[in-house]
Design a protein around this ligand. Sequence first.
Ligand code: NAD
Ligand code: DAU
Length: 351
Amino acid sequence: MLLVTGGCGFIGSNFILDWFAQSDEPIINVDRLTYAGNPLSLASLADDPRHHFERVDICDQVSLERLFATHRPRAVVHFAAESHVDRSIHGPLEFVRTNVLGTATLLDVARRYWQSLPAEQAHAFRFLHVSTDEVFGTLAPEDARFDESSRYEPNSPYSASKAGSDHLVRAWFHTYGLPVVTTNCSNNYGPRQFPEKLIPLMIVNALEGRPLPVYGDGMQVRDWLYVGDHCSAIRRVLEAGVPGELYLVGGDAERPNIEVVRTICALLSKLRPGRDYSALITHVADRPGHDRRYAIDASKMKRELGWSATESFESGMERTVRWYLDNAEWIASVRSGEYQRWIETNYASRS
Ligand code: NAD
Ligand code: DAU
């Protein structure tokens, strides 16, 4: 079986649902259920014997040891992290705890388990670490896209903590030989993303007639990757990735934020007419240290593993907006008091 961390979050839940659409291999899902973890995302697996859920913190070494000993996974897919840049600006230490200390704890438990395996199983074992393009810092408009040789230059507490986790993964490979692979991907979007991130926040605000807060001039560029494409990339790296290697995963869809927000407004006007959504667009104070552009050259994934993204930005965005329109119950379930407090913390003081 696979041991997946952070399987109740956005990408983790999509990965688990995708996995079971094509495989009967069981998954043990290890998630602390922070504000970002939503069991409702996996409600369709409630009676599915292939899915085992454990509410465990990845900093909890003793519980992790128990899970490895009991379930004896053939691979780890590590999604669990604090993932939101704005939250890392307001409270960086939780990011260091989970992303750095949590990854180190998980790596070391996995290492000792892996060293105890018979040779054939040890040879086949994989630790797949899911990371981000943000570890490479920011690009100017004319710069070449990030690739596997890009320098690490993280700029936010979030990206610095993810860079720390990448370095630990690398060290566990070089020092102990643990068969690790790391993926660094661009901005994901799609169903089940927590509405603190740009796309779901804009959809949810627009539906309620609230302002659409665009940071600064809105000309910051991100490379948008549909989450289903990211899941297929992870499956492929798990299957054929070479231990010790990095794989960059992108959607080949660079867009400035303001264009993304206008696309959402246009889709809502088509699918839920009756309001001028674009009139809600409001420019607010910028994010401190805001990276201007991310872009991924995913040619290694294509060349070595035969993977490339298949969803276009236009079709992926329409699927995403439709999902939020059809899933009001899911949206309501994540907008607790904690969510309201976060919106107040992040947006009230922006001019
Ligand atoms: P998310 O915030 O939606 O979900 C994170 C999950 O991890 C949640 O279920 C949460 O409960 C769990 N978690 C947090 N701390 C934990 C801990 N200490 N122990 C156990 N579980 C814990 O994140 P996401 O957007 O799904 O991102 C998943 C991974 O992909 C992260 O590592 C992130 O850095 C990386 N990534 C995300 C994106 C993106 O656009 N969302 C892009 C590149 C890389
Ligand atoms: O690049 C990969 C990264 O993408 C992941 O590693 C992170 O986990 C993920 O959160 C994401 O980081 P970003 O900071 O790029 O995503 P976010 O959705 O927060 O913001 C996208 C862009 O939109 C960014 O330039 C900031 C801007 N923005 C965001 C919010 C929440 C706004 O203009 N207004 C907003 O209210």
